[in-house]
Every structure is written in structure tokens, then in C-alpha cells.
Design a protein around this ligand. Structure first.
Ligand code: FNR
Length: 368
């Protein structure tokens, strides 16, 4: 293996190493995968307006998320079933996040339990929640996450049904029998049956609550005191509703383009959500972040931080914990360099005037 110089390079290695069914599950998006491509391409249409002759000998990338201090605004999104990528799975991700001084979000559908992940040592961790039809299951799980020291709930709101990921249908994707959805093991919901299409889609259809609505955000608040991040908002309308519902924050996400195809790239939807949130709650973004320049662009459009999904599972597949550490290191270094070359020494320095979007370019003069 030659030297890895950017996070995208892990994808090809993962493809070589992993069985096709597993690689395809990690890599694919919904249907035509238009949004999957667009999540990347939309970043490439945003250009910089760097400022010069500013002392950038010291760069501070630290920030706070829901009051928790982290080393950089780059965090780990929940991605399911990480032990399919590497035997250390979520343990490796937790350790790498902790070593980098940032936050890991553990998926409901992890192949390691909340307790197991907590046992890896100190670290600031969020728990991603899928709401099951059986609310007793949800209550138990939230309680366990609290007890295990998780600091917030990321409530995924874009998955009343699973998006149509055609590779999973063709491959008859199913969780390999040697693994379980560990958080649900004792509840008899930890296995995934083989189905005539995607085993995960069938699992979701059987277990996940399609009736989920804003009143359930209130319900969730009644069973936990943990702050709730609403993950999967991509419109101003829903951003306002999230603020009203008492969310602690919003994650602008299209689920890595795995749910509804032909939604805009998250970086294109970000600004309307930020505007609608009116600074009342922080707005985060995930989807297609692969470069430090992407992180900077998201912050310039008003995000308080970003999360990465696929780069983590691909790096896990390639090199386990070392791979995830390397991903976080490379993004950190690229982001730091972007700040320096744009004339920003703290995150507060990054603002809208540092970038030029397509919309801006249609206007006669740049917005200042
Ligand atoms: C995900 N995502 C996801 N989201 C969630 O809320 N719960 C989950 O269990 C999962 N699982 C999952 C598995 C895999 C393999 C992928 C690729 C994604 C979505 C994830 O949290 C995030 O929104 C996207 O992955 C971000 O986009 P990128 O960084 O993958 O482009």
C-alpha cells in the first residue's frame, strides 16, 4: 500500500479488502445515487475568497459542542455495523475519536453495545437513536445510553422507511450471522433475517416506527434529560419546527444520500437551515465531507461543526483504529491549512465573506 495522503483514498482499499455485500452496503446511496454524487460536487462549486497578510502563526481549531470542548469541529457520524469493516469495529472508532479529542456518535445499529463502547475509556460520545415501534425498547436503550455516559441523543428523523439502495437489494444484504446489533441483543431484536430483498429494509419495515412525528420529540424529552439533536433536517420549515420542539441542535443531513434521492446536497441546504435557526440553536452538517476545505466551507455557511460517515468505515476496513486516527489527522491538518491560507486563526474568524457560492456568482458583486 502506498502512502495515503487524503481520506478518499481509503475507499479503494476498502473495496479491495471487503466482501462485495459489505462494501456495497457502506458505499451505496439511494436509487440513482444523484444525491450521493451531488453531496461531493456541490462542495466543489464553492470557491474561496482568502484574506492575505494576516498573522497565521497560531491557529486555534478548538470549539464547544453542546458545552463539550473538543479539539476541532470535525466529529464522527453514526454509521451502523462497524464490525463488518474490522473486528474492532466501534471500539476502534471510539478510541480514535477519543485520541483526537473529538466526538463519536454511536449508531443504534452498532455491532458493539453502548456499555462496550463506554468501556473503551474516556471520551465524549453521542448516541444516535432510531425509534422502534416498541417504545419500551426505546426507553430502555436511552436509559442505558445515559448510564453509559453518552452526552446527547442524535434523533434520526429521515428514516420512517429505509431508502431504496439497489445494491443491497441485489446482494440480499443482511448482517452476517457472526454479528449482532448489540444494543438489541437481549431484546431479541439483534439479528437480521435474510429477506427477498434488503434484509435491513425488511428489518426497518418490521421494527421502526413510521408514525414518528414532532410530538415524539416532546415524548423523547419526557424520558430523558439528555440534549436532543435532530438529525436529518434539510429545510427551513423543519428547522423552525425543530427549534420550537426544543431541540438542542440540528444536523443538516441527507443520511449520506441513502434515503430520498434527488434531495439537494447538504452543503446546498445548509444556509437556509442556518438562517431559519436564527442562531437559537447550533446547526451541524454531514454528507460528503472529505477535505479540510469542505469543513471550512460548511463553517463559512454557518455550521458549528461537521460529521463524517463513510471515511470512518472505509478507513476501519483498511487499517482499523490506525486508519480512523489517520482520517481524523488528515482532515485536521487540511482544515488547519485551509484556515491559514484563508487568513483565519480561530473558528470565529471564518465567515460568509470567505467563500463564493454559485448563487453569489450570479449576483453582480460578491456579497460582503
Ligand atoms: C450511515 N448513516 C447512519 N445514520 C444514522 O442516523 N444511523 C445509522 O445507523 C447510520 N448508518 C449508516 C451506515 C453507513 C454505512 C453510512 C454510509 C451512513 C448516515 C450517517 O450518519 C451520515 O449521515 C452520513 O454517512 C454522512 O455522509 P458521508 O460522510 O458518509 O458522506
Amino acid at each position: 500500500m502506498g502512502e495515503i495522503t487524503n481520506v478518499t483514498e481509503y475507499q479503494a482499499i476498502a473495496k479491495q479488502k471487503l466482501p462485495k455485500m459489505i462494501y456495497d452496503y457502506y458505499a451505496s446511496g439511494a436509487e440513482d445515487e444523484w444525491t450521493l454524487k451531488e453531496n461531493r460536487e456541490a462542495f466543489s462549486r464553492i470557491l474561496f475568497r482568502p484574506r492575505i497578510l494576516i498573522d497565521v502563526s497560531k491557529i486555534d481549531m478548538t470549539t464547544s459542542v453542546l458545552g463539550f470542548k473538543i479539539s476541532m469541529p470535525i466529529m464522527i457520524a453514526p454509521s451502523a455495523m462497524q464490525k463488518m469493516a474490522h473486528p474492532d469495529g466501534e471500539y476502534a472508532t471510539a478510541r480514535a475519536a477519543s485520541a483526537a479529542g473529538t466526538i463519536m456518535t454511536l449508531s443504534s445499529w452498532a455491532t458493539s453495545s453502548v456499555e462496550e463502547v463506554a468501556s473503551t475509556g474516556p471520551g465524549i460520545r453521542f448516541f444516535q437513536l432510531y425509534v422502534y415501534k416498541d417504545r419500551k425498547v426505546v426507553e430502555q436503550l436511552v436509559r442505558r445510553a445515559e448510564r453509559a455516559g453518552f452526552k446527547a441523543i442524535a434523533l434520526t428523523v429521515d428514516t420512517p422507511r429505509l431508502g431504496r439502495r439497489e445494491a443491497d437489494i441485489k446482494n440480499r444484504f443482511v448482517l452476517p450471522p457472526y454479528l449482532t446489533l448489540k444494543n438489541f441483543e437481549g431484546l431479541d431484536l439483534g439479528k437480521m433475517d435474510q429477506a427477498n430483498d434488503s434484509g435491513l429494509a425488511s428489518y426497518v419495515a418490521g421494527q421502526i416506527d413510521r408514525t414518528l412525528s414532532w410530538k415524539d420529540v416532546k415524548w423523547l424529552q419526557s424520558i430523558t434529560s439528555l440534549p436532543i439533536l435532530v438529525k436529518g433536517v434539510i429545510t427551513a420549515e423543519d428547522a423552525r419546527l425543530a427549534v420550537h420542539a426544543g431541540a438542542a441542535g440540528i444536523i443538516v443531513s441527507n443520511h449520506g444520500a441513502r434515503q430520498l434521492d434527488y434531495v439537494p446536497a447538504t452543503i446546498s441546504a445548509l444556509e437556509e437551515v442556518v438562517t431559519a435557526a436564527q442562531g437559537r440553536i447550533p446547526v451541524y452538517l454531514d454528507g460528503g465531507v472529505r477535505r479540510g476545505t469542505d469543513v471550512f466551507k460548511a463553517l463559512a455557511l454557518g455550521a458549528s461543526g461537521i460529521f463524517i460517515g463513510r471515511p470512518v468505515v472505509f478507513a476501519l476496513a483498511a487499517e482499523g483504529e490506525a486508519g480512523v486516527r489517520n482520517v481524523l489527522r488528515m482532515l485536521r491538518e487540511e482544515f488547519e491549512l485551509t484556515m491559514a491560507l484563508s487568513g483565519c486563526t480561530t473558528l470565529a474568524d471564518i465567515n460568509r465573506s470567505h467563500i463564493l457560492t454559485e448563487g453569489d456568482r450570479l449576483r453582480p458583486t460578491p456579497r460582503l
